[in-house]
Design a protein around this ligand. Structure first.
Ligand SMILES: [Zn+2]
Length: 362
């Protein structure tokens, strides 16, 4: 990209160059600011800054961490703003790496937070979990998936304590819940919010039609496949919703892809086609895993290779196993919807899946 100024040239060999601290000038008053995340699974989260005469608007905010706040302060300084100049935080979804820094900054600054209205139910579930009134849905779901032992391992890992300090995060509501199709007039740009459920129930992308750009949040990521339905209030139809939300992107004109994790890419459509193909392959592998008779999601996950390195399920750490079992269940449910598998639920609530009997012909 010829309009990149202060960004170090990304070497093709380095998949993680995008996460290096700095400000990438994307042209037209738009900047990409990667902010740090704990752990190294995701490396960083991109905040996009849209410069205006009366302040700056941010797409996603990052995680409420001291280092992220410092980095954002420095980056905004480089483009001529202070934290007090933030007018809006437009957040793509409720996950902590996107939402929580906005809440922290709002307590002392003027910025207004906007979040898709489909996230209300997740927000309520998050607060119940934080208050100790309920377990997160993604832990409770494991029983029905035949993964009780994994659920116990995850509970142990998630228990707060000296070995697992949990930052206190503020889960206050946004200032505004955004409806599907809402138009945001930022003077320099006009964005349409498009509801794209799948990664979470209320995920939205922001489409800049005139600027041929899509602020994709975690809906379309260039290097990885987004987790499906890993959220406090789960829904068994998360993958069906996700695939529909991917196809919805193909009904928009193709545009530059501005993802929340990973580098900016030229074509949203190219990546959407790859993601759709990936899930078709996964669906086929999942259907195969059920060919030897009724299986739980846990058993099916054990028969499928995982990650880019095709690792065995048993080699994954418990949190990755949880994601893998959840993904497998989501694929099994789509196969049920497609009539390829049949689901049976035992009296104690465990789901098993088997190939559906072929329609009888007379
Ligand atoms: Zn994310």
């Amino acid at each position: 990209m010829d309009h990149v100024k202060s960004w170090p040239p990304a070497s093709q060999a380095d998949r993680h160059a995008w996460a290096a601290p700095g400000v990438e000038d994307l042209g037209g008053g738009l900047y990409r600011i990667p902010l740090p995340l704990p752990g190294d699974a995701l490396k960083a989260v991109n905040v996009y800054a849209i410069a205006g005469e009366e302040g700056v608007d941010l797409i996603d905010a990052g995680m409420a961490l001291a280092q992220a706040r410092e980095r954002l302060t420095e980056a905004l300084g480089e483009i001529g703003y202070g934290l007090g100049d933030i007018r809006n935080f437009f957040i793509t979804h409720v996950h902590q790496d996107h939402y929580t820094l906005a809440v922290q900054l709002r307590t002392t600054l003027r910025g207004q937070i906007t979040l898709g209205e489909g996230e209300r139910i997740n927000m309520e579930a998050i607060r119940q979990v934080a208050a100790g009134q309920s377990e997160p849905g993604f832990v409770m779901m494991l029983h029905g998936m035949g993964a009780d032992r994994l659920a116990d391992q995850v509970r142990e890992l998630m228990a707060p304590g000296l070995a697992n300090p949990q930052p206190h995060l503020d889960w206050s509501d946004p200032d505004r819940w955004l409806a599907d199709g809402a138009v945001l007039d930022l003077r320099s740009r006009t964005l349409s919010a498009i509801h794209t459920p799948g990664h979470t129930r209320g995920h939205v992308v922001f489409h800049d039609k005139a600027g041929a750009a899509l602020f994709a949040g975690d809906h379309v990521l260039p290097h990885i496949t987004p987790s499906i339905g890993f959220q406090p209030s789960i829904t068994p139809m998360a993958l069906r919703d996700y695939l529909a939300s991917l196809r919805l992107m193909l009904t928009l004109p193709d545009s530059r892809l501005l993802p929340a994790h990973g580098p900016v890419c030229d074509s949203t459509h190219d990546r959407v086609h790859e993601l759709l193909a990936h899930h078709e392959t996964r669906l086929e592998q999942t259907r195969e895993a059920a060919s030897a008779g009724p299986v739980t999601a846990f058993q099916a996950a054990g028969a499928i290779p995982w990650t880019r390195r095709l690792r065995k399920f048993t080699e994954l750490d418990p949190m990755s196993q949880l994601l893998a079992v959840g993904e497998t269940a989501a694929h099994l449910e789509v196969l049920v919807v497609r009539g390829q598998l049949a689901r049976d639920t035992s009296p104690d609530g465990v789901d098993t899946y088997a190939h559906a009997a072929p329609p009888t012909s007379r």
